[in-house]
Design a protein around this ligand. Structure first.
Ligand code: CP
Length: 306
């Protein structure tokens, strides 16, 4: 694997291998070990959008594998003086960086940098536009697999919230389909549903209500309500949103008793999810975060090997 820009088109074998590698790395993910296969390499974290989980876990993943980590501060960098992203990449390559973790508002940026990168360099998307967040998709699959096993074909999964603008939903759906999921339900206010023609969502059931989506499901994937959508008039009020689309313990009781609840973070507590669910026994939200380090270790190791 030279770059990781999307999960779209990744084979089931390739996806399974990354998940197996991440699973095996879990004991090494949360503490420093002697296993340092990336010693001598430099990972550059290029984040042009805010991040807590993705940035921190890529940094820890790189450090735990023995790499040097260069954390690039976009706001205080020469991109503010007009330097192009390609020139930025080439200058960092000239200092020895060869693995680039890129988050950007524009979907095309990681792919553009991958094209511009030198032969020995790799680019991984850490979230781009609304298109792709491949390592989030991987860590979500690892979390589901740990709780529900490897046969995704018998699962019912509901994705709830601002699906229209969500790169997490797109990467999750690509991975869920590759792993064999058949029963995929989408639940959102009409303004936050994707366009009907978008290929990624073809075949998914659009539920009339959150209750209908939750009925008997095994996995609920909640999405952040992107509050900036309020300014665009796509959501009338946070109170109404919680009333109609918020996940409360009473609503969660409609799902299977062993349902698990995922959320990529950051959460709007009391808007898309109640505290009692976020912190409750069915929540695997912090497991997702721990799995994020292991997944990013597996991805960086695969890219370095590639
Ligand atoms: N899930 C996720 O991408 O979180 P951050 O924006 O904090 O990285």
């Amino acid at each position: 694997m030279r770059h990781l820009l999307t999960l779209d088109g990744l084979s089931r074998d390739a996806l399974g291998s990354l998940l197996d590698a991440a699973h095996a790395l879990r004991p090494d993910a949360l503490k420093r070990t002697a296993h340092r296969p990336l010693r001598g390499l430099t990972v550059a974290n290029l984040f042009f959008e805010p991040s807590t989980r993705t940035r921190a876990s890529f940094q820890l993943a790189a450090q735990r594998l023995g790499a040097d980590v260069l954390t690039f501060e976009a706001d205080s960098s020469s991109t503010r003086k007009g330097e192009t992203l390609t020139d930025t990449l080439r200058n960092l390559e000239a200092m020895g960086a060869s693995l680039f973790v890129v988050r950007h508002t524009h979907s095309s940026v990681p792919a553009m940098l991958a094209t511009a990168a030198a032969d020995g360099s790799s680019v991984v998307s850490a979230g781009d536009g609304r298109t792709s967040h491949p390592t989030q998709g991987l860590l979500d699959m690892l979390t589901i697999r740990q709780h529900k096993g490897e046969d995704f074909s018998r699962l019912s999964v509901a994705i709830v919230g601002d699906i229209r603008h969500s790169r997490v939903a797109r990467s999750d759906i690509q991975a869920l389909r590759t792993l064999g999921l058949r029963d995929l339900r989408l639940a959102a206010p009409p303004a936050l549903l994707p366009d009907t023609g978008e290929v990624c969502f073809a075949g998914a059931q659009v539920a009339d209500s959150l209750d209908a989506a939750l009925e008997g499901c095994d996995v609920v994937m909640m999405l952040r309500l992107q509050r900036e959508r309020m300014d665009e008039g796509l959501v009338s009020s946070l109170e109404e949103y919680y009333r109609d689309w918020g996940l409360s313990p009473e609503r969660l009781a409609l799902a299977k008793p062993d349902v698990i609840v995922l959320h990529p973070g950051p959460m709007n507590r009391g808007v898309e999810i109640a505290d009692a669910v976020a912190d409750g026994p069915q929540s695997v939200i912090l497991e997702q975060v721990s799995n994020g380090v292991a997944v990013r270790m597996a991805v960086l190791a695969a890219l370095a090997k590639g």
